[in-house]
Design a protein around this ligand. Structure first.
Ligand code: SF4
Length: 603
């Protein structure tokens, strides 16, 4: 197996999910992943591209997808075959608290001499918990780690020790790498200052042609696939920003969380022209939609205008996020530039006060004006997202949100309009570490059941999502959050069928799945109450086949989130063309640099 300077491993949420009986509930209904959260973070791609650009070889191995795709996939065998100078594991989203640590343990057992580095938002938050674990050698803090990861990989590939003697030359080298957390030979942890925090995203490149090239190099398409259904529906992300101007109370990507965790005072934006180029580059090999992360209006009107000018004429589907109400005329400009756009709006609740307390700055009336503008301008589809588990939100309030959705759908149906699609899902499984609620739960009316990394790891093994939730609120306990989510999902599903948003057979199947999930949830409650752990275990094992069937598309059919594609998602001929072009470019770079002896050049 060929050697890599760095191998990035992505674990499933719960490592042994194939053997565990866990009712995950609707935690992933509204994202492309399954409940094991097999999608690797976008940072894998930017780190890999950055290191490759600097002459190193990086491989991505999505263990979670491999395990989902093949029930006999042998993780240990796969890891044993890998050969790298450094293994990187993401603990970005906290739901990976179990799987990431288990995979690190495996790596340490199978490659005891190869160091392991953790990175991501949750790693940053829990860096001290992680660095004390024997299976973790380094933690990279921060929202941007491309530069420091390059330095660390170079240090390791040049033979630097993972845990050098205090005061040694190697210890000084490690101490000079920004954002790095490390241990010396006497087990003392060192937390380097978080000084690598670029003010913009000019130096990163979300260039998936790296992925295409690496797939060919390692002859391993299966390990690079970002999530299970990607080949059929290759929705691909483009990144406009790291950071956010808003402060939604439970969000680990909010302005407060970025300041606390990453020392980021203001968002780092991608230059609008570069963002447009990123999208066009993806469009060269993918016919699937692009999901543009971050509201293009966040950096101001001039930014949005420059982006729309630069992307004008791009005809493939693009999903845009909206974080605030828009001025009149905005969507006409969007539609001129991106005729195939879909809009994603998180309303959270129908109740202005609940939404305001969550941190969203707009009223229902304001956003309804924006919705109408978008529809008039020719928006292909408009997804409205509501949430359960919010501050100030009772069971009745959740049902009020469904009633509001019904009124909205009735109004649009009267105009023959079916492009507005509401969804409801729980705030689950965790309130994000670093968010305002996580830091001061009582102030916001929350009670947290887990605080530490280990508590979250253990919670992930609970037999149903009710027990995994790391919170309850003054207004709803965990039983009520679960009950209101299922009931709201059930009613929303019926409304969508009533107003012609989904077919009746799809609605019927979803209704049955919700009923089954509710029944299973109650049955698991009874099992959990049993005294004898062996009987408990046996009863849960017996439920596993039913639980597995109820784990996908609980409160809605996942496919409701998809826009129709005219052709197969990935254009393989074009992808091959991109690979060849990149190879030629790499070759010319290698020739150009062949006069520079210090740099190792790899194509
Ligand atoms: S949820 Fe709110 S704070 Fe978090 S990224 Fe979205 S707009 Fe920003």
């Amino acid at each position: 197996m060929s050697f890599s300077d760095l191998i990035l491993l992505h674990a499933p949420s719960v490592y042994d999910f194939r053997g565990q009986s866990i009712l995950y509930g609707p935690v992933s209904d509204l994202v492309p992943s399954t409940p094991v959260f097999e999608m690797y973070p976008i940072g894998f791609t930017t780190i890999a591209e950055y290191l490759e650009r600097h002459g190193l070889q990086v491989r991505i191995v999505n263990l979670a997808v491999r395990m989902l795709e093949d029930c006999k996939f042998d993780v240990e065998r796969q890891i044993a075959k890998l050969d790298a100078a450094l293994f990187g594991i993401d603990l970005h989203w906290l739901p990976h608290a179990h799987g990431s640590i288990e995979v690190a343990r495996l790596v340490k057992r199978l490659h005891p001499r190869t160091p392991v580095v953790f990175g991501g938002f949750s790693s940053t938050y829990f860096h001290m918990d992680l660095i004390r674990r024997p299976e973790v050698d380094f933690v990279m803090r921060g929202d941007s780690t491309e530069g420091p990861t390059l330095e660390l990989t170079r240090y390791v590939t040049s033979g630097g020790a993972a845990h050098p003697a205090p005061g040694s030359v190697e210890a000084k080298k490690l101490a000079a790498i920004p954002n790095l957390v490390w241990r010396d030979a006497e087990n003392n942890p060192h937390v380097n200052p978080l000084t690598y925090s670029p003010e913009n995203l000019d130096d990163i490149l979300l260039d998936y042609s790296y992925v295409l090239k690496a797939v060919v190099r390692y002859r391993d398409l299966a390990s690079f696939i970002p999530f299970r259904a990607w080949m059929k529906y290759p929705i691909t992300a483009a990144l406009s920003v790291r950071g956010c101007r808003y402060n939604c109370t439970t969000c680990g990507g909010s302005a407060c969380a970025f300041a606390k965790l990453h020392g980021r005072k203001k968002p780092a934006f991608r230059r609008p022209e570069d963002l447009a180029n990123d999208i066009r580059r993806i469009g060269r090999f993918s016919r699937g939609p692009i999901f543009l992360l971050g509201d293009i209006r966040q950096a101001g009107d001039e930014y949005a205008d420059r982006f729309l000018d630069a992307i004008a004429g791009y005809k493939k589907p693009v999903f845009l996020e909206l974080f605030d109400a828009t001025p009149p005329g905005f969507f006409k400009k969007v539609a001129r530039a991106l005729p195939n756009f879909t809009l994603e709006i998180s309303l959270e609740s129908h109740d202005d006060e609940v939404r305001r307390m969550f941190g969203r700055p707009y009223t229902t009336a304001e956003i309804e004006r924006s919705i109408d503008d978008a529809l008039d301008a020719g928006c292909q589809r408009l997804d409205l997202f509501f949430m359960t588990g919010l501050r100030g939100q009772t069971y009745e309030s959740v049902m009020g949100t469904v009633d509001y959705s019904g009124r909205l759908l009735a109004r649009y149906a009267a105009q023959g309009e079916t492009r507005v699609i509401p969804f409801i899902s729980p705030l689950a499984p965790f309130v994000d570490p670093g968010s305002r609620v996580f830091e001061e739960p009582e102030k916001y009316g929350y009670h947290l059941f887990c605080r530490t990394l280990e508590e979250h790891r253990q919670a992930l093994l609970a037999p149903s999502w009710k027990y995994v939730l790391n919170y309850e609120t003054e207004w709803m306990n965990r039983d009520q959050i679960v009950a209101s989510t299922y009931e709201a999902g059930r009613r929303m599903n019926l409304l969508k069928a009533k107003y012609g948003i989904i077919d009746s057979d799809v609605a019927e199947a979803t209704d049955k799945r919700i009923a089954k999930a509710v029944a299973l949830s109650k049955e698991i409650d009874l099992v959990v109450a049993l005294d004898d752990p062996e009987v408990r275990h046996a009863r849960l094992r017996a439920l596993k086949p039913e639980v597995d069937c109820a784990n996908l598309s609980t409160v809605c059919d996942k496919r409701e989130l998809e826009v129709p594609l005219t052709h197969t998602g990935v254009n393989l001929v074009q992808a091959a063309h991109v690979v060849v072009q990149e190879w030629v470019k790499g070759l010319s770079r290698a020739v150009d640099r062949s006069d520079q002896p210090a740099e190792s050049v790899k194509v």
